[in-house]
Unconditional design. Structure first.
Ligand code: ADE
Length: 223
């Protein structure tokens, strides 16, 4: 999979993409992430990518031309399955969406900024708008990193044990059951006996029951 991210803050991705599983996924060739500085596609002297809104109002608006130039350059090099714009009024990201995106080959994520973006970009070049939650961030970079992370870990081979993604919360429509590790008794706080029993079938049944119970309590709308 290839992910192209268009942003005015490419440095913001150094943290999330250069550690742990996402770093290894790139090293192993499961995903290529390409960061594009939007200012490089501005044709004006000062490399401005924003301007005042027509009709007045507070804040600056991301200009159409640099975004168009960048998207057109990328599209001239390969075909894209999705061109995503990060926006608080987009479709909410969930596990199903992450699963669907993980099946694609090439995607672009355009990070939103300022008061917004020239509507003509959204209408003509964006195939999908995604929000990571009902709150407003200072920009789309963190949202883009979260979208990419949730998608990359689902690409087959990225997680060592493929079943570990399959048993994620949400993946099977249930949240995860509780987990424990050594010691079995910490100052009187005990791990459920069943997990120490060695009966694989009974343990799996217990985990499933716990997952159902937790889903009822915490995410009843999922059932
Ligand atoms: N940009 C600002 N807030 C956002 C959000 N909640 N989701 C996606 N992009 C955003």
């Amino acid at each position: 999979m290839r992910i192209d991210i268009i942003t005015i803050f490419p440095e913001m991705f150094e943290g999330p993409f250069n550690h742990s599983i996402i770093k290894r996924a790139q090293q192993k060739g499961h995903v290529e992430i390409h960061l594009h500085q939007l200012r490089d596609f501005a044709n004006n002297k000062h490399k401005n990518v924003d301007d005042a809104p027509f009709g007045g109002g507070a804040g600056m608006v991301m200009m159409i031309e640099p975004v168009y130039n960048c998207i057109m350059k990328l599209k001239s090099e390969r075909t894209y399955d999705a061109i995503i714009y990060t926006s608080p009024d987009g479709n909410l990201l969930d596990q199903k969406k992450a699963n669907n995106l993980s099946l694609l080959t090439n995607i672009i994520i355009l990070c939103g900024h300022y008061k917004g973006i020239d509507e003509r970009i959204r209408e003509n070049y964006i195939t999908e708008e995604i929000s990571i939650g009902n709150y407003v961030l200072t920009g789309g970079e963190l949202a883009a990193a979260i979208i990419a992370d949730s998608v990359i870990r689902l690409i087959p081979g990225v997680l060592n044990d493929e079943t570990s993604a399959l048993s994620d919360s949400f993946q099977d429509g249930l949240v995860s059951p509780p987990t424990y590790t050594r010691p079995a008794d910490f100052m009187g706080l005990k791990v459920p006996e069943i997990l120490l029993s060695g009966h694989e079938k009974m343990i799996n049944n217990w985990k499933h029951e716990q997952a159902v119970e937790r889903t009822k309590q915490r995410r009843p709308e999922m059932l």
